[in-house]
Design a protein around this ligand. Structure first.
Ligand code: AMP
Ligand code: ZN
Length: 114
């Protein structure tokens, strides 16, 4: 098994502030929140980056995106809006190589991102 921080959170070996989980995914609060709401949606199965996705993962990614929208709605961000982000590799600033969808809400966010 790869030595992976998010695999350890999924397995309960490292604590995470879990907000939602099912058989495919786990969502927990980012330890360094960049907005009033900052949740990470991750698959239970280790996938290193978006570059490793295959067509077999289409359902999983759909589940991740729909879960992100549901979490944003539950936090009251559906109407005003929120941002979802997958960072991939160095130029995007990916630091944890287990795919995760950031859900950020509760403040205005600029575009383009830095
Ligand atoms: P990225 O830069 O897209 O790879 O995002 C990784 C995210 O993981 C960052 O926003 C970190 O703050 C977050 N993070 C790192 N360690 C933990 C942890 N133990 N629990 C929750 N979030 C974490
Ligand atoms: Zn992992």
């Amino acid at each position: 098994m790869v030595d992976c921080l998010f695999c350890k959170i999924v397995a309960g070996q490292i604590p995470g502030a879990i907000v939602e989980q099912n058989d495919q995914i786990v969502a927990f609060r980012d330890i360094t929140p960049q907005a009033p709401t900052h949740v990470l949606v991750v698959p239970r199965r280790h996938i290193g980056s978006l570059n490793d996705l295959t067509a077999d993962d289409d359902g999983l990614v759909g589940e991740m995106v729909r879960t992100a929208a549901a979490i944003a709605a539950r936090h009251g961000h559906a109407e005003r809006g929120y941002r979802t982000v997958f960072n991939c590799n160095a130029d995007a600033g990916q630091t944890v190589f287990h795919i995760h969808l950031h859900v950020l809400g509760g403040r205005h966010m600029a575009w383009p991102p830095g």
